[in-house]
Design a protein around this ligand. Structure first.
Ligand SMILES: Cc1cc2nc3c(=O)[nH]c(=O)nc-3n(C[C@H](O)[C@H](O)[C@H](O)COP(=O)(O)O)c2cc1C
Length: 179
């Protein structure tokens, strides 16, 4: 997978720590990985951890005057061979379904031509919510590929559907998307 560029979006889920493993596995496959974190993702895992793994700075800011053009949402979207969001919150899924572009990640999603893969992670009660399900169905109907969620133990201790898919499954979906 040399010369293929994956843009990984990381959002504010308790499963955000798993993005570290996703980066590692994508890089093991020879992908170049750029990471965009939402502000809330940074509450769960540090940009330093993810930048150390992907060997470049993590993208997050939109409005600083010092940000070079290459770090803007348009070039980030253009260079992506695949844009994968893992873990994806109910919030980012809703924003994408609604065409909202109010952060670097949602702006990049709206401006890319690359295939989009979403790996949701949330409490099972959030996942079964009618609005969340409607947003997922809307995105599926537009060709967005979903991986998971799967049934598993939630952070709160209950078991239900909402657990982030296995990292292997997410990586497999990326490989299939760029072939
Ligand atoms: C401890 C904690 C864990 C959370 N885990 C999740 C989660 O797994 N999935 C989710 O959709 N939202 C979760 N949230 C709520 C999101 O962090 C919140 O909706 C946030 O605004 C999402 O922002 P983002 O989509 O821009 O990253 C959690 C909140 C807290 C306080």
């Amino acid at each position: 997978m040399k010369n293929k560029h994956i843009v990984l979006g990381v959002t504010g889920s308790i499963a955000a720590y798993k993005s570290a493993d996703i980066i590692r596995r994508l890089m093991d496959r020879g992908f170049k990985v750029s990471v965009i974190m939402t502000d809330e993702a940074k509450r769960f895992i540090t940009p330093l951890t993810l930048s150390s793994l992907c060997q470049e700075k993590v993208y997050s800011e939109m409005f600083e005057e010092t940000i070079p053009w290459e770090e803007n949402h348009i070039p980030l979207g253009e260079k992506a061979d695949c844009l994968v969001i893992a873990p994806a919150t109910a919030n980012i899924i809703g924003k994408i379904a609604g065409g909202i572009a109010d952060c670097l990640l949602s702006c990049t999603v709206i401006s890319t031509d690359a295939p989009i893969i979403i790996a949701p992670a949330m409490n099972f009660r959030m996942y079964k919510n009618v609005a969340v399900q409607a947003n997922i169905n809307t995105l599926k109907s537009r060709g967005v590929k979903f991986v998971g969620p799967i049934k598993g133990k939630m952070a709160c201790g209950s078991v239900g559907e909402g657990h982030l898919a296995e990292v292997d499954e997410i990586v497999k979906a990326v490989v299939a998307a760029v072939k």
